[in-house]
Design a protein around this ligand. Structure first.
Ligand code: F6R
Length: 364
């Protein structure tokens, strides 16, 4: 049932404040000052490295988590696309934790990668939405994301709930490795706690996306840029847009712009920059100036502080509530989804059932 919404995708985008709050409540202690796993024992001091394997949007959740685990817990993380990983048959170091992320828990390549790791990794963990799935059944540790049924083919609420669970695991790993104290842990948990309300604020101002996406719908190519943990969000923004609006879109690390993609820049290619005001913001501003100097049109997605530092010469902007940079990738998923959704609606494409795509890819 779509309720008041025109599409399941819209409904699922709007459910995110609620499902994220619930997912977080399942991974935090009653006083909300620390991470607490729901009856699952995991000791990250027993692992020297983490390998995360997934496909599509779930792979991009792993990509964000790599930044979190490496920065907070100082554990080396490799991220892998399941279809490459399984056929490459890589050597696996002992004391490796393998984490498989999958909404459906049935993606054929991810499942095959899991079976490859059986007997090679020290432990196999699954971050899944569907608990009765093959991937959940074949894992030693199962971390449910509690997103509820996701019907829209383009993944939305599963992505933000995957991020929520992976963020909680990264905080836990940081604590177990002695990298954060209780006060810092409370701060990180409170940053996560602040996201659902910030998402609700973004969703309350959804009317700004209509006119913006009418402009975007005329483009035949769109670039998304991001730095640090916002780089995977640039990839996710591009994936969502191409999936449901059929507009060609690419995501790049902002710093890679001058190594090739800048050749594409002219006034016909909108460049969407996902950049909360964080430690890397000024670097991104100089990348934006390079785009503008070549006649490129920039849509900057940032917060008030970001806009006050870099509003000059922008084509368009979206202002988001300020959040701790740690959780920005979760919040910035929402405008990325809304940009794709409203562009697709403007173009009249089949948002919930995009051509050639299936919700669960059970054949390779
Ligand atoms: C993109 C999308 C797909 C899935 C991918 C993995 O919007 O939905 O890229 O993320 O097919 O599916 P799961 O998570 O079920 O393994």
């Amino acid at each position: 049932d779509k309720g008041v919404h025109k599409h399941f995708m819209a409904k699922e985008i709007h459910e995110q404040p609620t499902v994220m709050s619930y997912a977080l409540s399942q991974y935090t202690a009653a006083d909300r000052a620390a991470v607490a796993l729901p009856g699952i024992a995991v000791d990250f001091t027993g692992f020297d490295r983490v390998v995360m394997v997934a496909c599509g949007t779930a792979h991009l959740a792993c990509h964000v988590a790599k930044y979190w685990f490496e920065q907070l817990a100082r554990i080396p993380v490799e991220i892998e696309v399941a279809s490459e990983f399984r056929y490459r048959e890589p050597p696996v170091a002992p004391r490796t934790l393998a984490i498989f992320v999958s909404q459906s828990g049935e993606t054929a390549d991810t499942l095959a990668a899991l079976r490859y790791m059986r007997g090679r990794a020290a432990a196999i963990a699954a971050v899944v939405n569907v608990l009765e799935s093959s991937i959940a059944r074949e894992s030693d540790l199962v971390f449910p994301i509690h997103a509820g049924v996701e019907v829209g083919v383009a993944s939305t609420k599963a992505f933000t709930c995957q991020l929520t669970v992976l963020a909680a695991l990264a905080i836990l790993a940081a604590r177990q490795n002695g990298r954060i104290d209780a006060a810092r842990e409370a701060e990180l948990v409170s940053a996560l706690e602040s996201v659902p309300a910030a998402m609700a604020q973004v969703l309350a101002h959804e009317e700004v996306y209509g006119p913006l996406c009418w402009e975007l719908s005329k483009a035949s190519d769109v670039l998304f840029l991001g730095r640090g943990a916002m780089y995977p969000l640039a990839l996710e923004g591009a994936l969502k847009l191409k999936e449901i609006s059929y507009i060609h879109a690419e995501g790049y690390a902002s710093g890679e712009l001058k190594h090739g993609p800048i050749a594409l820049i002219d006034e016909t290619v909108p460049v969407i920059v996902l950049a909360p005001s964080d430690a890397l913001f000024d670097k991104t501003v100089s990348n934006m100036q390079e785009v503008m100097a070549r006649g490129g049109r920039i849509l900057l997605v940032t917060d008030q502080a970001g806009l006050s530092r870099a509003s000059e010469g922008l084509w368009q902007s979206l202002r988001l509530p300020p959040v701790d940079p740690f959780v920005a990738p979760i919040l910035y998923a929402v405008p990325a989804q809304l940009l794709a959704y409203h562009t697709a609606v403007t173009k009249g494409t089949d948002v919930d059932q995009p051509r050639n795509l299936a919700k669960s890819v059970t054949v390779e």
